[in-house]
Ligand binder design. Structure first.
Ligand code: HEM
Length: 233
């Protein structure tokens, strides 16, 4: 018990160091953005990386001797917790940034961006007394809805990542919920790609997101076919 607690503490510490180093490494690239906006984007990016890493741990454990299985599960759970914390930080900062008068670079540079208030991320006409608020179904609106679905999923995973929650939900329901992880990753990939392609061209390029997503996918496909091969033998 004490050993597993110490192991989890180490995983959390390593995750924090990973987040701090990634922030430091990316900070220079985002120097042209106001600090809060830069932090928001970096947090979104870190969360994307962490969600991808959680998807790599399952395949990794399949390549390792079975005695590492429990350790891999524990690492995956704790990385997932940090993926959730960084995603929530990203969203909170986005909501703060959009809560007042427009002052973001993206608002100045993009005609499609909401003019004021975070509700404008999801709705148009919401300020008008005439007519109903309509869902924002432009490309950026779709990116926001994909982000919203992702963060709701991530929050559900975060709050059900304990043994107590697993017991409360029941094994198969818990598993069904947690199997949504690859789906969340795809949503986040599309969300990030839309933002990078349509508004936030700098400092990232599409290939930053796509290369990592492709690496995750290829490792998972190879591991899947290896499992099929082993089984057929
Ligand atoms: C799991 C949840 C989410 C993740 C992992 C995520 C990840 C990302 C990534 C990777 C970027 C690109 C950063 C860059 O340009 O370098 C981004 C940008 C952005 N996302 Fe998200 N996102 C999530 C949820 C949301 C939600 C719910 C919203 C609210 C509508 C949102 C709003 C934005 C905005 C406004 C940007 C543009 C850059 C900024 O100001 O941060 N995201 N996100």
């Amino acid at each position: 018990m004490a050993r597993s607690l110490a192991f989890r503490l180490v995983t959390h510490l390593v995750s924090l160091i990973f987040i701090a180093l990634t922030m430091r490494w990316m900070w220079g690239d985002y120097a042209s953005f106001p600090p809060m906006e830069a932090t928001s984007m970096i947090m979104g990016y870190v969360s994307f990386l962490l969600i991808g890493l959680t998807l790599l741990i399952g395949p990794l454990s399949a390549w390792l001797p079975s005695r590492f299985g429990a350790a891999c599960l524990s690492i995956r759970r704790d990385l997932g917790i940090w993926a959730g914390i960084t995603a929530i930080t990203h969203v909170i900062l986005v909501l703060i940034l959009f809560s007042g008068v427009p002052r973001l670079m993206i608002l100045q540079s993009n005609a499609d961006s909401p003019r004021s208030g975070w509700l404008g991320l999801f709705f148009q006409n919401y300020e008008s007394f005439y007519g109903w608020p309509m869902p924002r179904l432009s490309l950026i609106g779709v990116a926001n809805y994909l982000g919203l679905i992702s963060v709701l999923y991530v929050i559900s995973l975060l709050f059900t990542s304990s043994d107590a929650a697993k017991k409360w939900l029941g094994g198969s329901t818990w598993k069904r919920l947690h199997l949504a992880n690859p789906f969340i990753f795809i949503l986040v990939v599309v969300h990030g790609l839309i933002y990078i392609q349509s508004i936030k061209g700098e400092p990232h390029t599409l290939s930053d997101i796509l290369l990592f997503a492709f690496a995750v996918w290829i490792v998972r496909v190879i591991t899947f076919w290896r499992a099929v091969w082993n089984r057929r033998r």
